[in-house]
Write a protein that binds this ligand. Structure first.
Ligand SMILES: *Cc1c(COP(=O)(O)O)cnc(C)c1O
Length: 411
């Protein structure tokens, strides 16, 4: 049965094969994606998916959770060790559910949130009106300085004093500069707010010790496990010990029932992988590759690197001077096999996005060399500046094919 399901359900099997081949043949620069290891992927299709595990180790609703208890304990302990956290909860099914549980643990409906605006790179689960977080809670947003495009802490402090939020959220999905966790801590302390950091995008860079960790500084830290951390698709929460009981309760029973044990086991495997020296080298290389791309694109005509560069795994390009919208730029790039996504620019207020976001986690997992990374950046510059030159686009498509063949997915 195990290896034969594809003959029983060819429709789904063929779609899975098509996706595998797409992943192999595309230069993946979507900053939130990565390639999980064989072990992380394999355990997700194990018998663990058959077991109902409701509650926490030692306090389950159904019998038969002895092995599951062990997996949960291993995952929780490894998460704590990896990030030096006093407490971890590895049950949230996604980054969004991790955030939902934290709000449930710390806020009452109607309580005030201060978070980074979507325009500046924040995430919509931080209080945007089209998300439960903006419907249940009362959110205000901080942006970035219009000239530096970086966080303006004096401005955030003024907003915090005026707004009196119960929780301040730091962390972003599209921000390529350092975030000063201590400065946020000082602002939160000054106004008597909790400090929550959502490190979904950068968790792998924190684990790899190439970025400062928010864990010792914040009251609570949420994350995904599938972005730079390179684990299974899922979420997690880290916190100071004193908040453990209220967060456990907010995850189960307040916002989730059964755990996804096959995913918890995959998280445990990913945490161990992230503790190896090779993962640290990986994290360093992710940043070096992003910086190399930023340097080349900085020199590219009609393209502007937002904030002038990057210190992490991602960069945003302002492409308006090419005459393209972000959507058209991402479309044109995808047509030659380079996957990116349109992105809001810090000062944009309308619906049209003038930017695209690029990230290096996946191509670094494929061991792209610096020469290959430079070539990718050069190809991007050519597409953006000659989006209608069909002959050149065809040459670029061939170059993309050469690169994906030269650096196959081997994980
Ligand atoms: C990706 C992301 C999330 C959401 O994670 P999902 O697993 O897709 O729910 C939350 N916060 C930030 C900052 C993110 O970048």
């Amino acid at each position: 049965m195990n290896n034969e399901w594809h003959t029983q359900d060819p429709a789904v099997w063929q779609a899975v094969q098509a996706e595998a081949s797409r992943q192999a043949n595309v230069i993946e620069l979507i900053a939130s994606e990565n390639i999980a290891s064989q072990a992380v992927r394999a355990v997700q299709s194990s018998v663990l998916t058959n077991k109902y595990a409701v509650g926490y180790p030692g306090a389950r609703i159904y019998p038969g959770n002895e092995a599951i208890d062990r997996i949960d304990e291993i995952a929780r302990t490894r998460a704590q060790d990896l990030f030096g956290a006093e407490y971890a909860n590895v049950f949230p099914h996604s980054g969004t559910q991790a955030n939902q549980a934290v709000y449930a643990a710390f806020l009452q409906p109607g309580d005030r949130i201060l978070a980074m605006s979507e325009h500046a790179g924040g995430h919509f689960t931080h209080g945007q009106a089209h998300n439960f977080s903006g419907q249940l809670y009362d959110a205000q947003f901080y942006g970035v300085d219009p000239t530096t495009e970086r966080l303006d802490y004096a401005q955030i402090e003024r907003q915090a004093r005026a707004w009196h939020p119960r929780i301040i959220i730091a962390g972003a999905s599209a921000y390529s500069q350092l975030i000063d966790w201590e400065r946020f801590r000082a602002i939160a302390d000054e106004v008597g707010a909790y400090l929550m950091v959502d490190m979904a995008h950068i968790a792998g860079l924190v684990a790899g010790q190439v970025l400062p960790s928010p864990v010792p500084v914040a009251d609570v830290v949420t994350s995904t496990t599938h972005k730079t951390l390179r684990g299974p698709r899922g979420g997690m929460i880290l916190a100071k010990r004193q908040y453990g009981a209220q967060i456990d309760q907010a995850v189960f029973p307040r916002s989730q029932s059964g755990t996804l044990e096959q995913i918890v086991a995959a998280k445990a495997i990913a945490y161990r992988e992230a503790q190896q020296p090779e993962f640290r080298q990986y994290a360093e290389q992710v940043v070096q590759n992003a910086q190399l791309m930023a340097r080349i694109l900085h020199e590219t005509p009609n393209v502007r690197v937002v904030t002038g560069g990057t210190v992490n795994h991602e960069l945003t390009l302002d492409v308006r001077a090419t005459g393209l919208t972000g959507a058209a730029a991402a479309d044109r790039l995808y047509s030659v096999g380079i996957a990116t996504n349109q992105e809001l620019l810090p000062l944009e207020t309308g619906r049209t996005m003038g930017g695209i976001r690029l990230g290096t986690p996946t191509i670094t997992s494929r061991n792209f060399t610096p020469a290959a990374v430079s070539e990718v950046a050069t190809l991007i510059g050519q597409v953006l500046n000659h989006p209608s030159d069909l002959e050149q686009l065809d040459q670029i498509r061939q170059a993309v094919q050469r690169l994906t063949a030269q650096f196959p997915v081997t994980r």
